[in-house]
Design a protein around this ligand. Structure first.
Ligand SMILES: [Fe+2]
Length: 205
């Protein structure tokens, strides 16, 4: 039996431009606008008010590079979250559990001030502050989202397995994550989300 031929792809160079919210050398981008985020925030009146004054610019965006498919490849990108609040809550990403849930992810703070909100399905929760130069390793099986608790853009570099995928609906079905990150004077406070009703994994088709 002969070994399959290995064809290494060329190395990839990326340049981080967090102040501009860009990852030079990336080959993918998506943006999330306020109208995309209905139901994410707890205060519907505050959300409706924000919508009525929305200028149409993205709330957050992600620029990624993917070079190799399959479990050995990494997707690397920059996540950029504008500052702001909806009601008492700070601007946040939708958050997800990886569809292949044992896949881990590394986040590195590049600019601004944010937190990673992390839950396991069986009841553990963490809220970890991320500032420039600070890295958070998110092991597999953790639901995760970013929140901007500062007054400037919060940018992180992330990298995760190319086959991980994302399950966003798990947070919606649960009534949100366990922790709310809310305005508290000039800072933030974390409190338990009274609407959270536990995470349910749907059986795979
Ligand atoms: Fe992720």
């Amino acid at each position: 039996m002969t070994e399959p031929e290995v064809r290494p792809v060329p190395p990839v160079t990326l340049t981080l431009r967090p102040e501009e919210g860009r990852l030079e050398g990336s080959n993918g981008r998506y943006e999330k606008f306020l109208p995309d985020l209905e139901g994410l925030y707890r205060d519907p009146d505050a959300y409706a008010h924000r919508l009525s004054t929305d200028d149409g610019s993205p709330v957050y965006w992600v620029e990624t590079t993917q070079t190799e498919d399959g479990p050995g490849g990494l997707i690397t990108g920059i996540s950029v979250l504008e500052p702001g609040t909806v009601g008492q809550e700070y601007a946040m990403t939708r958050g997800h559990l990886h569809a292949v849930s044992d896949r881990s992810e590394l986040y590195v703070g590049l600019s601004g001030r944010g937190v990673m909100v992390l839950d396991t399905l069986d009841g553990q929760s963490h809220v970890i502050e991320v500032t420039p130069g600070k890295a958070v390793y998110v092991p597999g099986h953790w639901v995760h989202r970013s929140v901007n608790v500062g007054d400037e853009r919060f940018a992180t570099l992330f990298t995760y397995a190319a086959d991980a995928g994302q399950d966003y609906a798990i947070i919606e079905r649960a009534g949100g994550m366990r922790s709310l990150v809310e305005v508290d004077g000039g800072g933030y406070r974390v409190r338990e989300n009274p609407d959270h009703r536990g995470y349910q994994l749907l059986p795979r088709p």
